[in-house]
Design a binder for this molecule. Sequence first.
Ligand SMILES: Nc1ncnc2c1ncn2[C@@H]1O[C@H](COP(=O)(O)OP(=O)(O)OP(=O)(O)O)[C@@H](O)[C@H]1O
Length: 255
Amino acid sequence: MSSGITVSSLTVRFGGVTALSEVSLKVSPGEIVGVIGPNGSGKSTLFNAVSGIVQPSSGAILIDGADVVGVAPDRLVRQGLARTFQTPRIDPALPVKTAVLCGFHTMMRQSILEAMLHLPRQTREETQMKASCDALLERLGLTAVREVPLGELPMGQVRLVDVARAMASKPRYLLLDEPAAGLSLPEQRRLAAAIRLLAADGVGVLLVEHNFGLVGELCRHVTVLERGKVLVEGDIATVRGDPEFLRSYLGSHAA
Ligand SMILES: Nc1ncnc2c1ncn2[C@@H]1O[C@H](COP(=O)(O)OP(=O)(O)OP(=O)(O)O)[C@@H](O)[C@H]1O
């Protein structure tokens, strides 16, 4: 069985719009793969298809060898696939630490009965979870805002909380949708270190990001999308030197 996320010839159509056309890529455990491209090139659609939110028109998506097309998003989460959103879907009234604790709860092993009876394993898991939550908040520089409701934070920090929530679910694969947008340089540094740590632990990461510097720093392999198609792919040096990439990507950022 081949491990990793394997996307083969993926096509997604919305009525007459072809959002993705014959896109293929692979993310192995412990690898950080970058996806870049101008607005509307299909990056979010790719994430939505892999995480089960939209159904492909054709093509295949395998996770660790298993066909996951048609599998419900919540089942994919329980199977170890976590993702973040450009606009996080978390209740703005929740304090930061509660939002992150929600991520931990998806991987707790206790039964409802154990939780009600406060059995030893449940108490042990709660204590471990709170300590892990504090460590994660610290790693991402969120300790000072741990009690602040999400609705009072700038969007960049809300995305960072969404990253923490996704990391808390102890995924085997993590899809990050523009996690560095709106972050200060020190916040970007902390985010990059946390992503690297996760990959070193064996987690496969698919990173959609407009910040090419960050992509170049974190990803050995990059896929560039344009109008739903793979324009160029390869290691960062290959992509950087590709004339098509320079025309499309840098041209669109030169304005
Ligand atoms: N639900 C939908 N219904 C119809 N068209 C859609 C839908 N979702 C995406 N599209 C279209 O599919 C194409 C790809 O959109 P997508 O959001 O995947 O691009 P993107 O690269 O993520 O863009 P951005 O960087 O702006 O987030 C666009 O033409 C978009 O208008």
